[in-house]
Design a protein around this ligand. Structure first.
Ligand SMILES: Nc1ncnc2c1ncn2[C@@H]1O[C@H](COP(=O)(O)OP(=O)(O)OP(=O)(O)O)[C@@H](O)[C@H]1O
Ligand SMILES: [Mg+2]
Length: 896
């Protein structure tokens, strides 16, 4: 292979270096590109592909490789709490408060280490499963130079090399940067590259651009998704090149690989594909974090100013102020979150073969209260079988099946689809029309889920000068294009509805004779057809679908079915699965509703039929806008926009590549019951994270308020900085138990959702209650330590003990007995250990080291009384809170 064939200068195919000075350089023709890459239309030989793999390396983006340890550690520093802690640590070091500084930096280091090891564990747990659903590419390769014809073959996408000839079909990820050689109705999703959400037309250099055609000949009204990208939309605006990071929305193509791995445009642009909006969890945690961080940043200056104004203290209070701010931080939050999610993900992978591709999605899944599902391939097996074929009067007619098979055969042959569509496969199982008396293919427009039609143009033997258009597709779509009067059309629609009502899938078939021509056939030609009949097919239910729907209902997850199929078929499938379909809304109905009306309708509608991809996404968006955390489970290329729109996207094992790449969770077994396990794991994780946050922040906030009050009133510091930090270390260690907690099964029966505002109200209320207990102790201490020799030391020791004991009480009482039952578990043990530490540490040899003196014995009696009162108040407040929550949850959710 000549040096000039290196993909660098050629990729991606503008030939720009040859035409300096010209505005839009003429792109190389397909033939020139093949020659430059030293390959041919039949692809590379196996030996040559191997040589090039050694030379160019694996076709993998640097960003996709698992991150190194150092990178992981650095990444965990980006967490806002960790960053603030780090700043506080540096401030302490700057004012030479070495003790405070080193404790804080130790906290940061431990938190980062624990966190990265959690992530590493989760990655390792899913690595093998990931490999089992890795992306493959359909490539043409030959055994040797003079050997037999090249055959399309699946290889892992990482093994592609420049010069490989690949085939692309609907739902495929573009596996590298490729130049188109041939294409049929190809449209790509380039959203991950350009942000443009509408699919973009792509065509080889030598062909007439599809967008010009569409204006000329009426294709524009066929594609409600809008006009394609114009020129000048950045580095990805090249109609004849498809870039890594995009995926095929419609149509098919044969293309030659021009650049792989790090040499692709995507790698050069340093873009990470598939960036998504914040999920419900991200938003909640983000909101809470920033409120707290504002508080934290405010605390030290407040303490300093108060100290200066009231007691004439100077900068020497800074370490104390910093320690108080640190006391407020839930510094173990990132660790608890990562550990909880990583453990949940590892267990799901191990026990139920579910791959969690984005860790926070697990928490989101726990909060999901509406799950949208597509029908074909998710609830059914997507292995349709032909039952019969009927003519316009419902009589059996083999001719209909024959023409449907002709359409399937020639769209498959001419569109060079890597894999046939399931319906086409079913037709071809009945008959392969490639005998000498069968028609010969001329052109094809493959099926796409927006048009819901596939057309083949054929030449029939003995009919010179005419072409036959063979059209098959959804009943309404085909009938609309037939030359029929309204009454006859209605009669046929009713016939279709009757068949669909039995759960059958339908394909309508129609023909048209047209004078032969050289010019391309377009959708505008699919008019005035003569109707032939229907092919009736049956698609069996997925064996575990009914059970999965049942358990979702038990868990309080409302189910919505969004399908491209006929409303009758969808409703019947629902009934078979034990779900009441109610009134079915069709895409036509949806188009008449504005967003608000749709959100209202989505509350009561279970089935949405005849959905184009955009309709599915619209329903999901409407549900989210109505306040539901919405999941989407789908398998086809028509599900991609909805998967992107949902809070959590899931897909079954058999999903097309782009869906597997978009989904947050992949079920690696063809077993829908795994969804139920995943939801339970999500709620488990969400519940633990929420419990941790509630407990930690309420007691932290209480402590800080009390500490500030004491700092204002006392002539000495209420606690020394070292004491605050040690107390903090003890409670942090105890908090880690939340990462290993096991909620009671009762807690997994409802979605777990963290709401920013409700949460802040909770911690303020319980924080104030905690502060009241602290201030009461403060009074008790002043009385008890009055006669002590070392008043300050005894006061500090007394308060240290009280702080840890209240914290232990909060851990036990605030996480909710209902959610966690009364069985002993990690949190109980941790709380007990914390209480014991609180009592014994000031009495141990460590006490004097931290400048603490044992308080007088009567103090413990008084403290016991304060704690008993506090426990009673805490219990009562928590029960009241639970009752109010239950009432408002019922009012908000209703039955969506
Ligand atoms: N290969 C095909 N050729 C012609 N028509 C087809 C083909 N595949 C599907 N159709 C028609 O288009 C309709 C919609 O198909 P689409 O793929 O959008 O949804 P689906 O697979 O039935 O449903 P779901 O969205 O639940 O997966 C089908 O009901 C069928 O009538
Ligand atoms: Mg599907």
């Amino acid at each position: 292979m000549p040096e000039s064939a290196a993909p660098g200068p050629l990729a991606p195919g503008t030939g720009g270096s040859r035409a300096p000075g010209r505005e839009r350089p003429e792109p190389l023709t397909a033939l020139q590109v093949l020659r430059e890459l030293d390959t041919g239309p039949r692809g590379l030989t196996d030996a040559e592909a191997e040589r090039r793999l050694v030379r160019y390396g694996e076709n993998a983006l640097p960003a996709r490789r698992p991150p190194s340890w150092s990178r992981r550690l650095l990444r965990s520093l980006r967490d806002p709490f960790t960053a603030v802690l780090l700043c506080l640590g540096l401030v302490s070091v700057a004012v030479a408060a070495w003790g405070t500084g080193s404790v804080i930096l130790l906290l940061v280091a431990v938190s980062c280490l624990l966190r990265s090891s959690g992530e590493h564990r989760a990655d390792r747990a899913t690595a093998a499963l990931r490999a089992s659903v890795a992306t493959t590419a359909t490539v043409l390769r030959r055994p040797g130079p003079g050997g037999p014809e090249a055959r399309p073959r699946e290889v892992p996408a990482t093994e592609l090399v420049p010069g490989d000839v690949v085939r692309l079909g609907p739902g495929d990820l573009v596996p590298a940067d490729v130049r188109l050689l041939r294409s049929r109705g190809l449209r790509l999703h380039e959203a991950a590259l350009t942000g443009e959400s509408a699919p973009v037309d792509k065509y080889p250099v030598d062909e007439q651009p599809v967008d010009e055609r569409s204006v000329d000949e009426g294709l524009a009204d066929e594609h409600p998704l809008g006009a394609p990208d114009g020129p000048g939309a950045g580095p990805f605006a090249q109609p004849h090149t498809c870039f890594l990071g995009s995926s095929v929305a419609y149509g098919s193509a044969t293309a030659v690989v021009v650049a792989t791995g790090a040499r692709t445009r995507l790698a050069a642009a340093h873009a990470a594909p598939g960036g998504r909006r914040d999920s419900a969890f991200d938003q909640a945690v983000h909101g809470i974090s920033w409120t707290l961080i504002r508080f934290m940043l405010l605390t030290p200056p407040l303490v300093l100013m108060a100290g200066a104004a009231l007691h004439g203290r100077g900068l020497e209070t800074l370490p104390f102020a910093v320690a108080v701010a640190v006391g407020l931080t839930p510094e173990m939050l990132p660790v608890v979150v990562t550990t909880v999610l990583a453990r949940g993900a590892a267990r799901l992978a191990h026990e139920h073969r579910v791959i969690v591709r984005r860790l926070p999605a697990l928490h989101d899944l726990g909060a999901v209260d509406v799950l949208c599902l597509d029908k074909t391939g998710t609830l059914t097996q997507d292995r349709p079988a032909v039952v019969r074929a009927v003519d316009a009067h419902g009589r059996d007619d083999p001719e209909v099946l024959h023409w449907a098979a002709v359409n399937a055969w020639w769209t498959l042959q001419l569109a060079e689809l890597p894999t046939p569509d399931a319906l086409d496969e079913a037709l071809l199982e009945e008959a392969v029309p490639d005998g000498p008396d069968d028609p010969d293919g001329v052109a094809a427009l493959p099926f796409d889920p927006v048009r819901r039609l596939a057309t083949a143009v054929v030449r029939r033997p003995g009919r010179l000068g005419t072409h036959t258009l063979v059209v098959k597709g959804a009943a309404e779509t085909v009938l609309e294009r037939c030359a029929l009067d309204a009454a006859e059309r209605d009669r046929l629609l009713a016939l279709a509805a009757r068949e669909a009502g039995t759960g059958a899938r339908l394909l309508a078939v129609a023909l048209a004779e047209r004078p032969a021509r050289l010019r391309d056939h377009t959708p505008a030609d699919e008019r005035g057809l003569s109707f032939l009949g229907f092919v009736v097919l049956r698609d069996a239910l997925a064996p575990t679908a009914a059970a999965a729907l049942g358990s979702l209902a038990d868990r309080g997850v409302a189910v919505r079915i969004l399908t491209g199929d006929h409303p009758g078929t969808a409703a019947h499938t629902c009934r078979e699965l034990g779900l009441d379909p109610g009134r079915v809304l069709t895409a036509e109905d949806l188009d008449r509703l504005d967003d608000a009306e749709l959100a209202a309708a989505a509350r009561h509608t279970t089935v949405f039929a005849r959905c184009a991809p955009e309709h599915k996404a619209r329903v999901v968006t409407a549900l989210r806008a109505a306040g539901h955390v919405t999941g989407f489970l789908g398998d086809g290329v028509n599900d991609v926009p909805a998967l992107r729109a949902a809070d959590v996207g899931l897909c079954p094992k058999g999903a097309v590549a782009v869906v597997r790449d978009t989904a947050d969770l992949v079920l690696a077994e063809k077993d829908l019951a795994a969804v139920d396990h995943a939801v339970a794991a999500g709620r488990n994780a969400g519940g633990n994270i929420a419990a941790h946050l509630h407990v930690t922040l309420s007691s932290n906030l209480g402590n800080v308020i009390a500490m500030l009050a004491a700092a204002l009133l006392l002539p000495f510091l209420p606690m020394l900085p070292a004491q605050v930090l040690v107390q903090n270390l003890c409670s942090d260690a105890a908090q880690l138990a939340f990462a290993h907690d096991r909620p009671a099964p009762a807690a997994l029966r409802t979605p777990t959702r963290l709401r920013h505002r409700g949460f802040l109200r909770f911690i303020t209320g319980f924080g104030l209650l905690n502060a009241v207990a602290d201030v009461a102790t403060f009074g008790v201490l002043l009385v008890a330590t009055r006669s002590s020799a070392d008043t300050q030391g005894a006061f500090h020791a007394g308060w240290f003990t009280e702080n840890l004991l209240t914290q232990a009480l909060v851990m036990l009482l605030l996480r909710g007995a209902r959610r966690y039952g009364t069985a002993p578990g990690p949190v109980r043990y941790a709380a007990a250990a914390l209480a014991v530490t609180g009592v014994l540490l000031p009495l141990s040899p460590l006490g004097p080291l931290l400048a603490m003196t044992p308080p007088p014995p009567p103090y413990y009696l008084l403290l016991a009384a304060v704690l008993a009162l506090y426990a009673v108040a805490l219990r009562a407040a928590r029960s009241r809170y639970d009752r109010r929550c239950a009432a408002s949850a019922a009012a908000v959710t209703g039955t969506p």
